[in-house]
Structure formats: C-alpha cells, structure tokens
Design a protein around this ligand. Structure first.
Ligand code: GLS
Length: 808
C-alpha cells in the first residue's frame, strides 16, 4: 500500500467536505469537519473490510460472532486514526486546513451503547479480535439513545437523553439490502405438505431489522472487522385511509411500535429490569443476527449441516441467550433438521460468558411473556427444558438439584440455565469469579458437566488505555523497552521492572504523572469550573454507582478524615483530593442518594476553611469513556473496594494499574490476580476475603456491634443522620447500614466490617506517598506487570480454548 501522507489526507478531507456538505474547509464547522474526517477514515476501512471478508470466504475460515446488547465504544476518530497509523498525519492535515485538531477530537460524541464494564469489555475485545486478525463480527442494537447524560442539579443526578447519532452516525454504514424480518406474537401452525411437516408463525407482527455497520480497524494490520448494529423499522406502510381521515397518530402507530425497539439502551448495570420491551430487544437482535449469519453460511456452503464447524457464537452474559432456541428454530423449521441433529449443532456453536453473581442480575423471564411474544421459540425452550431436566434427574436423582438446574420452573424461564444447557463452554471473567461459579452459583451444573467450565480473565485495549491516552508514559515505555514492541506484545512492559532502582527513570515517571495531573486540572477548570490542586493525591473512584462497589465506604472514610481535621487542623499535611464519577440507574433510589451524599460532603468540605489545601471532594459529572481517557493518566490512587466475592472482575482496576496508579483494594475480581503479580508491597490490600464474607454471613453479622464498639465509626455514621451544611439528612442511609431496609439486611455489603481495615489501608497509602521515590517505584512495578491484563491476551485465550480459531 502506498503510504498516506498529510497532503493526501488534506485533499481527501477537502473533497469530502465538498461532496458531503457542500462546503469548503473555510466554511465548515467543527462538527462538519469531524464528520468529514470520520467519512474519510470510514472509506479506507470499508475497502479493507471488503478484502478481509473476501479472504475469509476464500479460506473458508471459521467466523466468530460476538453478541452483546452493549458495546461501549466511546469515541472513534482518534482511535481509528491511531490504529490506521494516521494519527500524526490527521492532526497535521486538520491544522493545515485551519482547525484545531484537539477541538475536532473533542467534539465527537461518545458512542455510549453500553452501561459500564460489560459493554466496554465488548468494545475492547473488538479491537483485539481485529488486531489478532480473527474473522469476527460484533452484533448489537443501533440504539437511538445511548446511556443517559448525567447532570448534577443541586447535588442530585438528573438524566438527559444522549442523542449520539447527530454526529456519531458518520461511522455507520446502513446496509438496507441485508434487512431481516423478525416476528413477534401470532400463533404457531403446523401443516403437512407432500410428506413434510411445516411449522409457521402466523399473524405475527413483523419488524424489519436494518443493519448499520461500523468498521473496526485493527492495529498494525490491514484486517478490518465490523460491528453490526441493528436498527428497527416497521414493515407496515402508513395506513393512508386513517391518514386521510386526519388520524395521523393512529396511522403512525405501527411504525412507532417497531421503532421503540431500537429507541433506548436500558440504563441498568448488573440488574434485570424485566420489561417486555427489553425481551423484545433481545429477541430482535438475536433473531436478526442469526438469520443473517445463517443466510451467509448457506450461501457459501449450501447447507447448515456444517454450521458449527464454520461459526462460533459467543454470548456476552445471558442477554443474548435466545440464540439457543432461535438457532434450533432455524435449523429445524427452516433447514428441516430433526431435533437431535439441530441440538448437536447448536451445542457445538454457542459459548456463554457469565459476568455477574448478583442474584438481582440473573435473568429470569415470566413464561407467560415468552409464550405470548415468541410462541415458536417458547415451544422450543419447553422441549429443551424437558430434555435437560430429564438429564439432570438421571444424573443426580435429587429433586432439589432438578429444581435448581431447571430451565423452566415456577412460571419462569431461567436464562443462565438455558445457556449452560445449550452452550459448549461457560466462562467466568476472573480466577476468583470462575471458582465461585463452579463452587457456588452453578455448582450442580459443574458437577454434571465439569468440562464446560473455564476462566478467561478480562483484559483491556492497552493501545487505547495506555499508548493513545497517555503519550508521556508511552514515550517513557518506548525509551526503556527499545521501541513500540509493547503495542503488539504487552508482556514487553515487564522490562520496566529492570529500572526499579534507576533514580532518573523514577523521577521521569513522577514528572509524567505530575504533568498529567496538571493537564487534568486544566481540563476540569475549563469544562467544569472546578479548581483542582495538582499537588494533592488524586484518589479516584470511578465506576457505576452500586452498593456492592461501596462508594459509601469511601465516603465514610472521608467523613472520618474530615472529623479528624475538625479535632486537629494539622492532622493532614499532605493535600488529598477524592474524585468520584458514577452514574446511577435512574430507578435505583439508594444509589442516587449516595450521589447526593457525595455532593453534600463535597460542598461541606469546600466551605470549611480548615480543609483548604488539605482535603477536597469532587464529583465529576457524566462519567463516561472519554472522561475516563482524561482521568486515568492523571490518577494516583485507584479505589477497588467492592465486597469480596461480588465484583466479577472489574476492568477499571486494570486501566488504573496500566497508567501507574496504585490500588487500594479488596481481594475481589481481578484484584486477586493483580495482587498475585504485585505482592503486598505494591498495592494496599485490605478487608475480608470472599470466604470470610460468606462465613460471617453464615455466623450472623451484627453491624450495630461495630457501631457501638468503634467510636470513629460511630461518629461518622452519626454525621449521616445530622447531614451537612446544605441541610440534607441521610438518616435513610444510616438506617440501612445499621438496621436494614426494604427487605435488605443491615449493611448487606459489609461496609462496617471493613471500615477499620480500609481506614488503615488509606493511612498506609498516604504515608507511602510521602516518599515519592518509593511511590514511583511501586507505580513502575504496576505498569511493568500490567501486560497480562491486555485484551489481546484475553482474546487469544478465547480463540485458543473456546473458539478454536487461529490468530496472529
Ligand atoms: C460486569 C461486572 O460487574 C464487572 O466486574 C466485569 O468486569 C464486567 C465485564 O466482565 O462485567 N457485569 C455486569 O453486569 N456489568 C459489569 O460491568
């Protein structure tokens, strides 16, 4: 390929502005320039994508299909330019044309088609699958509105719609010719025709699924994959008779019904909402996806009999679990197979990743809803359930186990059990989590089919989360490791360990962090008017707001520090800034109260002169991928303090580690593996372990005892009741911790049990911070050992152990 120069890009941008927007560069707005840049890169990727696809077809390669209701892509312009090796040229071309490159990157909206870790993981994996040259496609819904935008008004979260497509649609390439039809409701009719039994779904409501493809460029490769996002459209043309009678709304009803399917992403993370529209979304994208895979497969091979040899379907949590009955439907009803053959193919094609042990997140659907909405799929689920139940009975002869492992039971369809029955592999996302699945959540299934169970510890796209967002650190790594080898071989980071006693390296590392903090402070000042002291410890907890993640524990510790300062204004010598960022699900009242509490406390501390240059709390509004990209390089302390056993893995923890932040954390999720690599000396571990939490629960946990025994804890909890200067009281949170509320037990997530240990860990951390050389050394070890948390490693494991596909 001829290299693309700044000049070629400049010409392409100028031409694109003319043909797509009828503007010269001098006339174009930043938004138009952003879209033109996207279109230019999209053109290049589209060419490569065609070649990639043709090559895979010729080679009859096995295809990976990654199904997820969430892909939290964030921004793509800088990322795609980076992967295509064009970032410097694009920057220059934009500047030559009279634009500020930084403004063009900044104006791009995040494609926020996900809630948090689960959706961001899918995005990171797309990058790695492509970089590793695996023929893979991601599938999801082309939501009109991504995760809501968060505003903080008088300390409280307010949700605003996220219209990302205005500019973001520049990345999408609609392919109307590949539209699929998805059927809802109606009745199932069987009839014989010339000796063949036909099964049809009659009087169904048909919704059209139109694919909008987003190209995904890999790094250091010509390989380009696609994220296929399905948009929903009505098949019914507007009823003109109603229209002419003036009943416009009625006439548009069908259209509106169909289009609500792709309207909005459900904003709950780690929680099942159970709305029928959500089930419609799930079936809509699963059915469209499988029909499109089956059509392409049949076109190429003329049969579905070798489907499992040429395709593997990875499902991201149980949200796409309907692939199992839907594939059975296609194989039986459309391809004419008998049950056993269809089941054999299905159970060799589908693999399931579990992402949570929280019971409120385990999906169960009312049988009546499934039956009404998806009558044919329901018949198939029932039969899968009947056969599975018999298998379990024959194996265990234990009614309790039969009940636990059942797919349809008590009027509900249990999606996780369906995935275990119909999948060839089940994996957890960290060592600890995978063990908990085997020993506890899916214990009986593991007893019966142990070979299905695996672990693949999560990973992150280290090119985005280190090299792209932290150029200072990237420069240091290149200097120390002798080039950019680490971009494709993240284990090369290990070489940094050799410089642990090199004073100049440690100093440079410190200077890079200091500069990143100053840059973040400037950004915070410019965008939010917040004044941050770059000499303070940047102590950060950013993630979804959830009780099990224990933002409230962090708050309790800050209250304790604040009270200490009241007693002795010299108790803190090292300035300490606590940064929070978190969205709460709109219906999650307790989470919203905790956000308000953080803001009340921030306001109290802000207005107290004793705290000046000592203590600060900042709630960063609208935490999202693009804000994380600014924040990670500037962070010094990473708060990973979930109740042990509850966080399946975490991926934020990995981003912090890679950017040299030190972790204050529990032995939960992937923190356990971080600790294995780092030892006690390079992180600040505290608190109960997963088995100790379980034991305490069994023995009977009485948080009031701790409250009565520990005067520091007592005083901080009392502060919740009285509240702060804004006059808002948090007696509800106090009650929740000490006595329980709304059916949940007192202190369900063991904050009080871990409080003292947490305060001590924070104290150790602050003491260590005084010795900047020691701190920088720890930071260096963190970066050096983070290579294993690259998504490339995780995706290679999926490819080797589950998908059985070759990779680079
Ligand atoms: C999650 C888990 O809560 C995270 O611990 C995990 O890192 C992530 C990706 O595996 O999946 N599960 C979930 O429902 N949301 C998540 O972020």
């Amino acid at each position: 390929m001829t290299p693309i120069t700044t000049q070629t890009l400049e010409n392409a941008l100028t031409a694109k502005l003319m043909v797509s927007f009828g503007k010269t560069a001098a006339e174009a707005t930043d938004g138009e320039m952003m879209r033109a840049s996207a279109l230019v890169l999209r053109d290049m990727m589209a060419l490569r994508e065609v070649e990639t696809r043709q090559k895979a077809r010729q080679q009859h390669a096995r295809q990976v299909h990654y199904l997820s209701l969430e892909f939290l892509m964030g921004r793509s312009l800088m990322k795609n330019a980076y992967n295509l090796g064009l970032l410097p040229q694009l920057r220059e071309a934009l500047e030559h044309l009279g634009f500020k490159a930084a403004d063009i990157f900044e104006i791009e909206p995040d494609a926020a088609l996900g809630n948090g870790g689960l959706g961001r993981l899918a995005a990171c994996y797309l990058d790695s699958m492509t970089t590793l040259e695996i023929p893979a496609t991601g599938y999801s819904i082309c939501y009109e509105l991504g995760i809501f935008k968060q505003k903080i008004v008088e300390g409280q979260q307010v949700e605003l719609p996220d219209n990302w497509k205005d500019l973001g649609a520049a990345w999408l390439m609609p392919k109307p010719a590949e539209t699929q039809e998805v059927r809802f409701g109606g009745t199932v009719r069987e009839f014989w025709d010339n000796g063949h039994l036909h099964i049809v779904n009659e009087d169904a409501t048909v919704v059209q699924a139109v694919p909008c493809d987003m190209e995904i460029a890999g790094y250091g490769t010509e390989h380009v994959n696609v994220l296929r996002l399905w948009d929903a459209r009505s098949t019914q043309p507007v009823d003109m008779s109603l229209f002419s009678r003036g009943e416009y709304l009625k006439a548009a009803e069908d259209e509106a019904m169909a289009e609500t399917i792709a309207k909005v992403l459900y904003p709950e993370d780690n929680h099942l909402e159970g709305k029928s529209l959500r089930l419609k979304q799930q079936y809509f994208f699963v059915s469209a996806t499988l029909q499109s895979i089956a059509a392409k497969h049949t076109e190429l091979y003329g049969t579905m009999k070798n489907f499992h040899e040429k395709n593997v379907i990875q499902i991201n949590d149980t949200h796409p679990a309907l692939v199992i009955p839907e594939l059975m439907r296609i194989l039986i009803d459309d391809a004419g197979m008998d049950w056993d053959e269809a089941w054999d193919i299905t159970t060799r094609s589908v693999a399931y990743t579990n992402h949570t042990v929280l019971s409120e997140a385990l999906e169960r659907w009312p049988q009546s809803l499934v039956e009404f909405l998806l009558p044919r799929v329901w018949q198939i689920i029932l039969e899968i359930s009947r056969r599975w139940q018999k298998k379990v009975e024959d194996f265990y002869h234990d009614p309790k186990k039969t009940e636990k492992m059942a797919i349809v039971w008590g009027g509900q369809v249990r999606m996780a059990n369906l995935c275990i029955a119909g999948g060839m592999a089940v994996n957890g996302v960290s060592g600890l989590h995978s063990e908990i699945l085997k020993k506890d959540v899916f214990r009986d299934a593991y007893g019966m089919e142990p070979w299905k169970f695996r672990n693949v510890t999560n990973g992150i796209d280290h090119r985005r989360w280190l090299s792209e967002i932290n150029p200072g650190l990237d420069g240091l790594i290149r200097d120390l490791t002798g080039g950019d080898d680490y971009l494709l071989h993240p284990q090369a980071l290990k070489k940094l360990d050799d410089y642990a006693d090199d004073a100049s390296v440690l100093e440079r590392l410190g200077a890079i962090k200091r500069a990143n903090k100053a840059a973040f402070a400037a950004h915070a000042k410019k965008t939010r008017g917040v004044e941050l002291n770059p000499d303070a410890i940047f102590d950060v907890q950013v993630k979804r707001l959830h009780e099990y993640k224990r933002q409230l524990l962090n708050v309790l510790h800050i209250i304790a520090l604040y009270q200490k300062l009241q007693d002795d204004p010299n108790a803190i010598t090292q300035p300490h800034t606590f940064l929070f960022g978190a969205k709460a699900a709109p219906g999650y009242a307790v989470a919203k109260r905790i956000i308000r509490l953080i803001n009340s406390l921030a306001d109290q501390i802000d207005h107290d002169p004793i705290c000046r240059d000592k203590l600060q709390v900042v709630f960063l509004e609208n935490y999202r991928v693009s804000l994380a990209e600014q924040l990670m390089p500037a962070s010094e302390v990473s708060q990973q303090i979930s109740t042990a056993g509850k966080e399946a893995s975490g991926t934020g923890n990995m981003k912090f580690m890679m950017n040299g932040a030190l972790t204050v954390g529990t032995l939960d999720g992937a923190n356990v593996e971080m600790h294995d690599l780092l030892g006690d000396e390079n992180m600040f571990l505290f608190g109960l372990r997963a088995d100790e939490v379980e034991q305490l629960k069994r023995e009977g946990y009485v948080p009031q005892r701790l409250y009565n025994r520990d005067p520091v804890l007592h005083r901080c909890l009392d502060a919740l009741r009285t509240g702060f200067r804004d006059g808002v009281r948090y007696d509800d949170l106090y009650q929740r911790l000490l006595f329980g509320a709304g059916g949940s037990p007192a202190d369900e997530y063991f904050l009080l049990a871990d409080f003292q240990a947490y305060c001590q860990a924070e104290k150790r951390m602050a003491e260590t911070y005084r010795d900047q050389t020691a701190w920088n050394r720890m930071s260096l070890h963190n970066i050096a050992r983070s290579g294993v948390f690259a998504a490339d490693r995780a995706v290679a494991e999926y490819a080797d152990n589950i998908w059985h596909v070759p990779h680079k």
